[in-house]
Design a protein around this ligand. Structure first.
Ligand code: HEM
Length: 356
């Protein structure tokens, strides 16, 4: 027997590889004209794994204090072998990750992938989106540069609008009344311990549910199958689906490395608490639609509105009984398209005509 198959046999008799392979081959994924969207969840997972690996590598050199954070990132960018690459991959992949989570969420919504029995998959998903945004927000401050310092000042300020506990929440986030080194150390704790811990639980729940239910077929395709207009087609998860997944992952990694090499992630200048803020401080792109909205409505009302909207968004699947009956629910498609357009339009306005 050659070494490869001897090694396989060794593992097989200990971890039952054969059964795992059999299971992966038995698992199938529906195949129809919208099935491209099934690859987006896997892309989110892949980018998340890149974040974990590059994040751990950054931890080897990063120092979470106001005195040393900026210099430690500078050191990573200039002295540590491939440090610039690892930091740039971490930053580009973070943005791509959040972008893909948004795409995944809206595609699932528009295909009504949340309908019975997948409502809890949806609920866990919305929490994963919030966690992804919290990862972005807390990570942004860590290099302790001027831009991040100002954006964190503006961002955490909104906490005051939360009824009853606003001031407490603000000070809890900042580690005091102002954004200082205490905020940095706190955000570091959130970013590398609290959020990964919570995220692991939600991610495990999400993936277990996806695994238990398999992929849903959009209502329109199901109707075509029922009326005999289309056939129910499926492809094996292994190797057919996984190979296509791997193609997407390879392309994504190629793009991330290309961007990181051509345009290494910038560091800017060190945060200076005494420097006056420039007129246009903008949060990271995935908060811009909310930030822009709050310029048009009273801030407290806006924050309250977003809190209500988030709660409605979480429980929305429970009200789509029409899709559960296998009928096409135009109202929910309109809600999904309206929400998507709102996010896109207000993000664009935030960049081209932010106003005061
Ligand atoms: C860390 C972020 C996330 C990861 C890693 C992830 C991963 C996945 C994977 C691998 C799948 C199966 C393939 C696919 O449908 O694309 C899936 C399905 C699903 N995800 Fe996510 N997801 C994430 C965030 C979200 C969000 C933000 C939502 C919605 C708010 C969501 C809702 C769903 C639903 C409802 C399904 C089932 C779709 C169906 O059966 O048609 N996920 N997710």
């Amino acid at each position: 027997m050659e070494t490869g198959s001897r090694l396989y046999e060794w593992f097989n008799s200990r971890v039952d590889l054969e059964n795992i392979l059999k299971f992966m081959k038995k698992k199938t994924v529906p195949y129809h004209r919208h099935s491209l969207w099934y690859y987006i969840g896997g892309m989110c997972l892949y980018l998340f794994i890149i974040q974990v690996i590059t994040g751990i590598l950054l931890l080897l050199y990063y120092k979470p204090t106001a005195e040393a954070a900026f210099e430690s990132v500078q050191y990573i960018m200039t002295e540590v072998p491939f440090g610039w690459l690892i930091r740039s991959i971490h930053s580009y992949a973070a943005n791509l990750f959040i972008g893909f989570v948004f795409i995944h969420m809206f595609s699932v919504f528009l295909m009504k992938g949340y309908r019975k029995p997948r409502e809890l998959t949806w609920v866990s998903g919305v929490f994963l989106l919030f966690l992804a945004m919290a990862f972005g927000f807390s990570g942004y401050l860590l290099p302790w540069n001027q831009l991040a310092y100002l954006a964190t000042n503006v961002g955490t300020n909104f906490a005051v609008m939360v009824p009853f506990i606003g001031q407490w929440l603000l000070e809890f986030l900042r580690g005091g009344p102002e954004v200082t080194g205490a905020t940095l150390t706190r955000f570091f704790g959130f970013h590398v311990a609290v959020l990964p811990g919570i995220c692991t639980v939600f991610l495990a729940g999400h993936l277990i549910l996806v695994q238990r239910h398999g992929m849903s077929v959009p209502v329109s395709i199901e109707k075509e199958i029922r009326s005999g207009k289309a056939k129910r087609l499926e492809i094996p998860f292994f190797p057919n689906f996984l190979y296509r997944d791997a193609l997407g992952w390879t392309l994504a990694l190629g793009l991330i490395i290309l961007l990181s090499t051509l345009f290494p992630w910038e560091l800017g200048e060190k945060a200076d608490i005494l420097k006056p803020a420039p007129p246009h401080v903008r949060p990271e792109w995935f908060f811009v639609f909310m930030y822009q909205t709050l310029k048009y409505v009273p801030k407290a009302l806006g924050v309250f509105g977003f809190a209500v909207a988030a709660m409605v968004w979480i429980i929305l699947p429970f009200f789509d009984t029409k899709s559960n009956r296998g009928e096409y629910n135009r109202l929910f498609t309109i809600i999904g398209v309206a929400a998507l357009l709102y996010v896109i339009v207000f993000t664009v306005i935030g960049y081209v005509a932010p106003g005061e």
